[in-house]
Design a protein. Structure first.
Length: 133
């Protein structure tokens, strides 16, 4: 199953989260992004790519804008899962993260990303992240 709105216009940022057996984490991470998007008006679309989880990961990923569960290559490696999400994106920028990572201040993070990419010489940025247990 791939849940995607073909009529969706390109967003500024796609967040791609590969998952496999991440039922304990993914809902909290998606909720964090959804709340920040709502609160700050962020132009972000959330992509979750499942690597054939056997736990409740898919059910817990219900807040994702796009949930990819049928990409067989995504089942073989995290790199393929990241690529499966990125290939579905129409965004200017793609942020790869993990199910157990929270960005402490998403509004500040988004401002910093926008500032960094306002320089046409910049092709990539990174930031400190906090994984939660």
């Amino acid at each position: 199953m791939v849940a995607i709105d073909e009529g969706h216009q390109p967003e500024w940022l796609s967040v791609v989260i590969p998952v496999k057996e991440e039922g304990a984490y993914i809902h909290r991470t998606l909720e964090h992004w959804v709340q920040a998007r709502s609160r700050c008006g962020l132009d972000v679309r959330l992509y979750v790519v499942d690597g054939s989880s056997r736990d409740d990961t898919v059910e817990q990923a219900g807040l994702a804008d796009v949930l990819v569960t049928d990409d067989v290559r995504a089942w073989t490696s995290i790199g393929h899962a990241r690529n499966a999400g990125a290939s579905r994106s129409r965004a200017e920028l793609i942020f790869h993260t993990d199910a157990d990572v929270l960005v402490p201040n998403l509004q500040l993070f988004m401002r910093e990303v926008a500032a960094a990419f306002s320089d046409p010489e910049v092709v990539g940025v990174t930031a400190p992240v906090v994984a939660y247990p």
